[in-house]
Design a protein around this ligand. Structure first.
Ligand code: CA
Length: 393
């Protein structure tokens, strides 16, 4: 069996509800970057690369101009050998960031092919499912160009909507400034009530000292986790916060490969690890990072972003996550779900995942997927309709 082609599909559309933002930027377009690997036996694998906008266009160039020439002609079942061939040659040009995002999408597609050849769903390929349904948390409450008072009112309402939609927990953005951010978190706590798990995502907008100030308010509010409080490079800042706050410190979506994760975990600053399979190096590398997290006794809550391919991949991965630590009533990992408009998640597939409908009908959970591989088939007409060639995505 041989790989015959590796093609990127970069998709984009204008968000219908206007601009959305987090602590680093506002954006008006949704982008997705899917990778399709074809073989001489007619089996096709699908993967996805993390990275919006122009990042997706650069990653497409890496996939099609750098990685594809290395792998075309190779056996797609030799996933680890393919991964190391690419990584060893890209090591001089980027051990983190876009080269690894590009490799991630290719690796995921190779796992999809392997599952289809074996006739096994991805979760069965990586050790088997630990649960039949996966709990889902809904994030929303994005920043907009509006006053703090308007943010406070909107966040409180949105938090109630997410809770009432059936999700197991919710996550909000911060990034307006210390006093405003604390007001936002207080409003969301009021919106969801005392007992509902509430997470706060700073997208690394604070210094460690400022994050401590906000984190102390989050302790008062019984927040479940405080995500990316400081820059991903600031391992000392992570440890400083973890030593001083009760709220769990979460992060890792901007870390790559077993080598980056080795150093992040060694710094002892994480209470929860959030590996991003579409960025850190794909499923092959995710499994190594997962082992490192387990060896460091740090529970994993996957970072999830992107299209139905990324979401489906993560349903398999979360289904297979071992309880950490074990027990009669272990903490369950949740699937992250973006509640804002995303046609690439909801309309991409010939058979949609219907996450929101399942969450509403099935106590905040989605069913584990049982078709071979990742088990998703993107609609070709949909891909053609949203395809981006060279204009600004
Ligand atoms: Ca985040």
């Amino acid at each position: 069996m041989k790989i015959t082609a590796i093609k990127s599909h970069v998709l984009a559309y204008d968000l219908p509800d206007g601009e959305l933002g987090y602590s680093q930027q506002y954006y008006t377009r949704r982008t997705a970057h899917l990778v399709e690997v074809s073989t001489d036996e007619g089996v096709t694998g699908w993967g996805e690369c993390f990275g919006p906008g122009g990042v997706a266009l650069v990653n497409r160039t890496i996939v099609e101009q750098v990685i594809a020439p290395m792998l075309i002609g190779r056996d797609p079942l030799e996933r680890s050998a393919c991964w190391h061939q690419v990584y060893n040659l890209l090591r001089d040009h980027g051990q983190k960031g876009m080269p690894m995002q590009a490799l991630s999408g290719v690796d995921i597609a190779l796992w999809d092919i392997a599952g289809k050849i074996a006739g096994l769903p991805l979760h069965a390929m990586i050790g088997g499912k630990q649960r039949d349904r996966v709990g889902v948390y809904g994030y929303g409450m994005m920043l907009k160009r509006e006053s703090t008072d308007d943010h406070v009112a909107r966040f409180k309402d949105e938090a109630q909507v997410i809770r009432d939609a059936g999700f197991h927990a919710t996550k909000m953005k911060v990034g307006l400034g210390l006093r405003a951010d604390i007001r936002l978190a207080q409003a969301v706590r009021e919106g969801v009530g005392d007992d509902f798990p509430l997470m706060v995502d700073a997208n690394h907008c604070y210094t460690a000292g400022d994050a401590l100030h906000v984190g102390q308010a989050l302790d008062e509010l019984n927040a479940f986790w405080f995500e990316e409080p400081v820059a991903p490079e600031d391992h000392d800042g992570y440890r400083f916060l973890r030593e001083r706050l009760t709220t769990r410190i979460a992060g890792g979506e901007a870390e790559f490969t077993r080598f980056g994760w080795r150093d992040l975990l060694a710094s002892k600053g994480l209470s929860l690890a959030q590996p991003e399979v579409c960025a850190l190096g794909g499923i092959s590398e995710y499994l190594k990072v997962l082992a490192l997290c387990q060896a460091n006794m740090v529970p994993v809550m996957n970072h999830v972003w992107g299209s139905a391919v990324a979401v489906a991949t993560n349903i398999h991965l979360v289904a297979a996550l071992e309880p950490m630590p074990g027990g009669l009533f272990p903490s369950e990992p949740w699937l992250e779900f973006d509640t804002t408009h995303n046609a690439f998640r909801d309309e991409l597939l010939e058979e949609p995942l219907h996450i929101q409908k399942q969450v509403a009908a099935e106590k905040g959970t989605v069913a584990v997927l049982n078709k071979p591989g990742i088990g998703v088939d993107p609609d070709r007409d949909f891909l053609a309709h949203y395809a981006v060639e060279s204009e600004r995505p």
